[in-house]
Design a protein around this ligand. Structure first.
Ligand code: FAD
Ligand code: DHB
Length: 394
């Protein structure tokens, strides 16, 4: 079956769903093609922190109703090391905040709005394959409900995540991948227990990194640094709580335990594609870049890409092709700053190695944290990057 649209979007994660809404706001037709089911996408527990500019993008589309009602506005974070907790007050330092609101909730809001608008979203599609991206008549072939489809479009958008198909169809001579694996992973849990902290705690401990986040006044989200090849089966609930108590504990404070409703291990890597554009194909979000989660940047970077691309496509159809031609460069310029920040946060807070080398690295990290928490300039730099750099061109 043939379908004609203006923009074919591959992937219904936050990037693809949000781009659909931005295009609709400019009167541009789109179709979204997604491999997984809606239920599967909504069950994926991922990011939790929205930059102020991400909230602004959602608000500009009127998609911030539930976010304003249920999102938790945080004025700062805590950095913890050597048994002491230091507050980093973003509001006081630079007059900005972040909002704790789960990626699942963002995706749910975007999906409900697409339902209301009657958008064309093809969940559970297989054999998804973009064609003719080096021609002015690209298309995306796929199979849905046992039928073969071909969507003709002006542009194809790869919003299909790190393991998606779109980046892989760019000829190898036209793209370079810059990649870095970290020698550790995060074990994440969701627990039915009110958070034991008012704001997120990022902790360096000789046994490894730990973090306390949250999803609501009744649900806590916590993370522990583990070995990259560790198996979740090695981590009983009891062992997880023990590790969290040890690494997050400070005098006079108690970590509340509750029923663990989800636990999984996520590897950590940095990845950037040298270009986010080839012919009629544009990449957004994880399809083009990945950061380790320590700076809470993955979801926000997907939103900033999409905000830039949405604005550029809107200009294109209003007669100005310039912003679209510059999309890849602008998005990558912001992304490399995000890469730097995420790597800096990650390396400052995670332990590696053994013996004297590990000890010297740990002492250096304590020195760095002493410097950061003791310098208003360093704290402002952290606050500026954590709450989000400006999104150019929107
Ligand atoms: P995705 O959310 O990956 O969406 C891509 C979509 O494309 C998916 O729905 C996928 O099913 C679909 N797709 C893939 N292949 C195809 C195909 N061939 N055809 C059609 N559809 C396809 N970031 C943080 O900031 N903090 C965190 O704590 C955090 N935790 C994370 C935990 C995990 C396990 C992962 C994987 C990521 C995490 N991230 C985190 C990163 C953050 O969730 C991502 O940056 C964000 O999801 C990017 O959105 P996206 O829409 O670009 O990609
Ligand atoms: C969460 C995840 C992060 O990577 C982070 O830096 C902060 C919070 C979260 O899942 O809540």
């Amino acid at each position: 079956m043939k379908i004609r649209t203006t923009v074919a979007i591959v992937g219904a994660g936050p990037a693809g769903l949000l781009l659909g809404h931005l295009l609709a706001a400019s009167g541009i037709d789109f179709v979204i093609i997604e491999a997984r089911s809606r239920e599967y996408i909504l069950s994926r527990i991922r990011a939790g922190v929205l930059e102020e500019s991400s909230v602004d993008v959602l608000a500009s589309l009127g998609l911030d109703g539930r976010l304003r009602e249920h999102g938790l506005v945080h004025d700062g974070i805590y950095l913890q090391y050597e048994g002491a907790r230091h507050h980093v007050d973003f509001s006081e330092l630079i007059g900005r905040t972040v909002t704790v609101y789960g990626q699942q909730q963002v995706v749910n809001d975007l999906m409900l709005a697409h339902d209301e608008a009657g958008s064309a979203v093809y969940f559970e599609s297989s054999d998804v394959l973009p064609q003719g991206i080096e021609t002015p008549r690209p298309s995306v072939d796929f199979v849905h409900g046992g039928r073969s489809y071909s969507v003709d479009a002006d542009f194809v958008i790869g919003a299909d995540g790190f393991h998606g198909v779109c980046r892989s169809i760019i000829p190898s001579g036209a793209i370079t991948s810059y990649q870095r694996e970290y020698p550790f992973a995060w074990l994440g849990i969701l627990a039915d227990v009110p958070p034991s902290t008012d704001e997120l705690i990022y902790a360096l401990h000789p046994e490894g990194f730990a973090m306390h986040s949250m999803r609501s006044p009744a649900v806590s989200r916590l993370y522990l640094q583990v070995e990259p090849d560790d198996d979740i089966a090695n981590w009983s609930d009891e062992r997880i709580w023990e590790g969290l108590h040890e690494r997050l504990g400070v005098a006079g404070w108690t970590l509340r335990e509750g029923e663990i409703t989800e636990k999984s291990i996520t590897p950590m890597r940095s990845f950037v594609a040298s270009t986010l554009n080839h012919g009629a194909l544009f990449l957004v979000g994880d399809a083009g870049h990945i950061v380790p989660p320590t700076g809470a940047k993955g979801l926000n970077a997907a939103i900033s890409d999409v905000a830039m691309l949405g604005a550029a496509l809107s200009s294109y159809y209003a007669g100005d092709a310039g912003p679209l031609a510059g999309y890849s460069e602008r998005a990558l310029s912001r992304q490399w700053k995000t890469q730097y920040f995420s790597r800096w946060m990650t390396e400052m807070l995670h332990t590696t190695g053994t013996g004297a080398e590990a000890q010297s690295r740990y002492r250096g990290q304590v020195g760095q944290l002493d410097y950061v928490t003791g310098s208003r300039f360093a704290l402002q730099a952290l606050a500026e990057q954590y709450t989000g750099l400006p999104i150019e061109g929107i």
